[in-house]
Design a protein around this ligand. Structure first.
Ligand SMILES: [Zn+2]
Ligand SMILES: [Zn+2]
Length: 219
């Protein structure tokens, strides 16, 4: 059967994107070409845009409202030179997050947070990392006390799902493969367990119920 559908267009620049042979044709996908996906996030003025990408992903695909627990003004860029050293060595990773939630005495928790992203990350990777960090703030906001492996695994799941709905670039493929093959027992194994559980659930809410029922709460 011959397929006559036009190639998908990059949501950011409009360029035609080569659809991988097995990629789905869902209208909910946000195709990003390799050039746009690799454009570095270098300046603070790009952060509100980056925030909106992750906000849109969470609303459309997980049914969550990012603005309820993280604000655009709580994002910072940090240059590699000012990236905090740890044990005398340069900090590993691409982000650091600090979050504080008020005690749940009255109504919804008030959360104050700061998410520092390493300056110069390619836009798609920065969105992946921000989705990951947003889950850590979500945990504080919801008062979720998840075991370390489950929290990091689910944070990586958010990043992975964001990549899955932004196909079209070599970077998306590379980052997804990296997550699937990560040998780290917290980030890699935790993620793969989270992914398996998510596939058995019918949404993120059900996923959380499922994994929390399976695991003892962290002390
Ligand atoms: Zn583009
Ligand atoms: Zn993390």
């Amino acid at each position: 059967m011959v397929e006559h559908a036009a190639p998908p267009r990059c949501r950011l620049c409009g360029a035609a994107v080569q659809r991988p042979p097995r990629a789905p044709a869902s209208p909910h996908l946000q195709w990003w070409c390799s050039t746009c996906a690799a454009t570095p996030v270098d300046h603070a003025h790009q952060l509100p845009w980056l925030y909106r990408q992750v906000q849109g992903f969470l609303r459309l695909h997980l049914g969550l409202a990012l603005e309820q627990w993280l604000q655009p003004g709580e994002l910072r860029l940090m240059s590699p030179a000012e990236w905090p050293a740890h044990n005398g060595r340069q900090q590993q990773g691409e982000a650091r997050t600090w979050a504080h939630a008020s005690p749940p005495a009255h109504g919804p928790r008030l959360v104050r947070a700061e998410v520092c992203l390493l300056q110069g990350l390619p836009a798609l990777q920065a969105a992946d990392v921000l989705a990951h960090e947003a889950f850590h703030v979500y945990c504080r906001a919801q008062g979720l006390r998840l075991p370390h492996e489950l929290e990091e695994g689910t944070a990586n799941l958010w990043g992975y799902l964001l990549l899955a709905v932004h196909p079209g670039s070599a970077l998306a493929d590379e980052l997804r493969l990296r997550a699937l093959r990560d040998p780290n027992e917290i980030y890699g194994q935790g993620f793969r367990a989270a992914r398996l559980a998510y596939r058995q659930a019918s949404g993120f809410g059900e996923y959380l119920q499922l994994v929390r029922a399976q695991q003892p709460l962290a002390a």
